[in-house]
Design a protein around this ligand. Sequence first.
Ligand SMILES: NC(=O)c1ccc[n+]([C@@H]2O[C@H](COP(=O)([O-])OP(=O)(O)OC[C@H]3O[C@@H](n4cnc5c(N)ncnc54)[C@H](O)[C@@H]3O)[C@@H](O)[C@H]2O)c1
Length: 365
Amino acid sequence: MRTLGFVTLAFQVQGAPDSGTGGVDFIKLVADSSPLAKSVLLILLLFSAVSWGIILLKTLQYRRASRDSGTFLQVFRKSTKFQESPAAGRGPEQPLEEHMAFTLDKFRLDGKVAIVTGAGGRPNSIGEAYSLGLAAAGARVVCADLVKEGAEACADRVKAAGGTAIGLQVDISSEVSVNAMAQAAKEAFGGVDILVNNAALMVEMRSNPELGGTTQTVSLKGWQTWLDVNLTGAMLCARACIPQMLERGGGRIVNQVSAGAYPAQGIYGITKIALVGLTTTLAREVGKQNITVNAIAPGMTGSSAGSSLTPEGSPFRTYADTSAAGNPAGQPDDLVGPLLLLVSPAGQWMTGQVLHVDGGLIITN
Ligand SMILES: NC(=O)c1ccc[n+]([C@@H]2O[C@H](COP(=O)([O-])OP(=O)(O)OC[C@H]3O[C@@H](n4cnc5c(N)ncnc54)[C@H](O)[C@@H]3O)[C@@H](O)[C@H]2O)c1
């Protein structure tokens, strides 16, 4: 277009190349020419005028954009009206949240209802930290545990902190008991959005002889009890809550596994790696219904149960202190942030994943 413009201009000023005359002779030549030749010339002149108009407009746009932004790419985008995303091309003067779809509100759980199993049976438990964290983010919480008084004490602590909670007794290895828990949650708060499968047998490997021993020595009843609570219990809770999640348009399930599953350490470790299998399988089953299923694998956590298993100076504690990439000794509160990520809109694109929260313990195994 620009070339044509130049040719036409040259034609106008210098005259026709083969006439051998100047511009005045050229005008005379045009006046004497046929109507067809005049029309062709008029079209060429119009075309030339439009071309030069566009060149002039673009030059002015470029100069204005250069003053505003500076980089060639920005000038190009503005002058061609090209944008890669809604945020592209925004100036630095706009508030930060206008540059992206993410805001810190995505960690909020206002209006959501959460069940936490294994909440409060023992002092300083992970279930209690989870209940407090979920309530702090705005969720109403059902604190459920085999130990009724512990569950109620956990709910009282949530309420004392300004949250909303109820305490319930549940045996997660009993389908009847689990269904009653889900029903009670519905009656109290209208339905369940979030399930945290945190209850498990762990410290009992020391206190209950039936649960001690190796795969070679454990009784079949003991083996079955491990699986009933740590694996089947999580499956029953998920089955009881998923229908309510579907009624509410989706939900979140988080299974509490363990660093002791990588590789499986003892029968406890076997149940926890099996729970990873339940996590990925369930994630595939319900993913298209807007339910995410993930897991958290804590390392040595200083709950009263955890501390009693790995006290200062114990062989495993010494091994972990020297081999972990970072600090292998965490507290229940250190797990709350990862949980909130998995159950809030901030983590809505994650499913079937295991978050290893262990100070870099298992990466050195
Ligand atoms: N503390 C750690 O170092 C550590 C490390 C990795 C994983 N975990 C996991 O974190 C979770 C919580 O651990 P914690 O340290 O707070 O221990 P914890 O013993 O305080 O919590 C487990 C809770 O589960 C409850 N429970 C047991 N059987 C139940 C049943 N049949 N029905 C309902 N509730 C039942 C217990 O009463 C207890 O309150 C467990 O899943 C544990 O395996 C803990």
